[in-house]
Design a protein around this ligand. Structure first.
Ligand code: ADP
Ligand code: MG
Length: 394
């Protein structure tokens, strides 16, 4: 039922190098990988300058790239329509590139806009990260391109600097007002650890997560649904959070002391109250989760995850019937806890389970989906994996 996490990178590298050479008539300069992520806890907190706790997935975007002497950018995706997209980097500007090529183009635009005089490249990408499943295939793609360009053009930028550029690329060029979590997770996560990130100052701490050692597994259940209201609603929620902070006279909702929450809610219009309650309690759940991990009490994360889902469902109101059912069915089948991960309105649910119960829980969710008439969910097993890195010469 469950798919073993990850694919041996070296096998795919050889395949991609052959594809690259067939496409472009010469070998790539190198191969870079950047992973997707699941967020353990801390949803809709990053743009409120709060805390998040993602892990990188073994599933990654891998790109093969070769620097060019001119400003031609050639892009090909194994998940695309077979067309090599050709662009001129000097002409890149927000609004000029539509479709998937906008994501890699955005990163090169962001680099140039920040004053890095980068030129063209030939790029081939291949990805194991499910697209549109709330596992951040977009940030993985951006980060892989950012890291490749950093090396190809000798920019010397740090991982957080590249993450910020990738976020700016998605915000300004692609037009998605995402926070910094996804790009920081893809760039900075380490194998065997969750990334405790303070989204205000980008302070990070690698928190060890030894699921196997605790006899546990983290299931990822991709519901395969993405409800249409996702994009505009996300921007609206973000704006509402900023409005609430302004009404409270705070720089961001992160600055609201939990002890002051009841009084603060009384000062806000009714529609903003549940949003604020979610953000404040969610930041507390991140800190509680980190404490449990530090104490080696991994199973105790379960109730924190489930409480996080209830808050997303009832207060932030970004869950949907499919994610609610996946959480409910997973917990009923014995999961320690479960929650929707990612921005919402579909995407994936994570469930913390005993390793030997993983198949049973996945089967229970699949059966519940069948009964409800929903699509069969795709199941992965998440193991905290490495952030973006160069994976060797072809
Ligand atoms: P998520 O990040 O949750 O997977 P998004 O809607 O933010 O979903 O990003 C998905 C988009 O990223 C795709 O529609 C596509 O444009 C781009 N993308 C991601 N992976 C690939 C890939 N392997 N090849 C081409 N485009 C990709
Ligand atoms: Mg995305």
């Amino acid at each position: 039922m469950t798919t073993p996490a990850g694919t041996p990178a070296e096998t795919s590298v050889a395949t991609s190098a052959d594809t690259f050479t067939a496409l472009y008539g010469h070998a790539p300069d190198g191969t870079w990988a950047a992973p997707g992520r699941v967020n353990l806890i801390g949803e809709h907190t990053d743009y409120n300058q709060g805390f998040v706790l993602p892990i990188a997935l073994p599933q990654a975007v891998r790109i093969q790239a070769r620097r060019r002497d001119d400003d031609l950018l050639r892009l090909h995706s194994a998940q695309g329509d077979g067309v090599v997209v050709e662009l001129r980097v000097a002409e890149l500007a927000p609004g000029t590139v539509s479709g998937w090529a906008g994501y890699p183009a955005a990163v090169i635009w962001a680099l140039r806009d920040a004053g890095h005089p980068v030129g063209g490249a030939d790029v081939h990408l291949d990805s194991e990260v499910p697209v549109g499943a709330g596992l951040s295939s977009s940030a993985a793609l951006e980060c892989a391109v950012a890291l490749a360009y950093n090396d190809l053009y000798g920019l010397g930028l740090s991982a957080p600097e590249l993450a910020l550029l990738a976020q700016r690329a998605e915000n300004r060029f692609v037009g998605v007002p995402c926070g910094i979590m996804d790009q920081m997770a893809s760039m900075c996560c380490r194998s065997g650890a969750a990334l405790h990130l303070d989204a205000r100052d980008l302070t990070i701490r690698q928190v060890p997560v030894d699921l196997a050692g605790a006899g546990l597994a983290l299931l990822v259940l991709d519901t395969r649904v993405k409800h249409e209201l996702a994009d505009g609603t996300y921007a609206g929620l973000r704006a509402d959070c900023e409005r609430a902070a302004a009404l409270l006279g705070l720089p961001a909702l992160r600055d609201l002391d939990p002890a002051g929450l009841p009084a603060a809610l009384g000062q806000l219009p009714g529609e903003l109250r549940p949003l604020v309650r979610h953000v404040v309690t969610e930041n507390q759940r991140v800190e509680a989760a980190v404490a449990r991990l530090d104490a080696g009490e991994l199973a105790a994360l379960g109730p924190i995850l489930t409480a996080g889902h209830a808050s997303l469902r009832d207060d932030f109101r970004v869950s949907c019937p499919e994610t609610d059912l996946a959480v409910e069915a997973a917990v009923a089948a014995g999961a320690y806890g479960a929650r929707m991960t990612g921005g919402g309105f579909g995407g994936s649910v994570i469930a913390l389970v005993d390793a030997d119960a993983a198949d049973t829980v996945a089967a229970a969710v699949t059966a519940a989906f069948r009964t409800a008439g929903y699509a069969t969910p795709r199941t992965l097993t998440a193991v905290p994996a490495a952030g973006a890195h160069r994976i060797g010469q072809p």
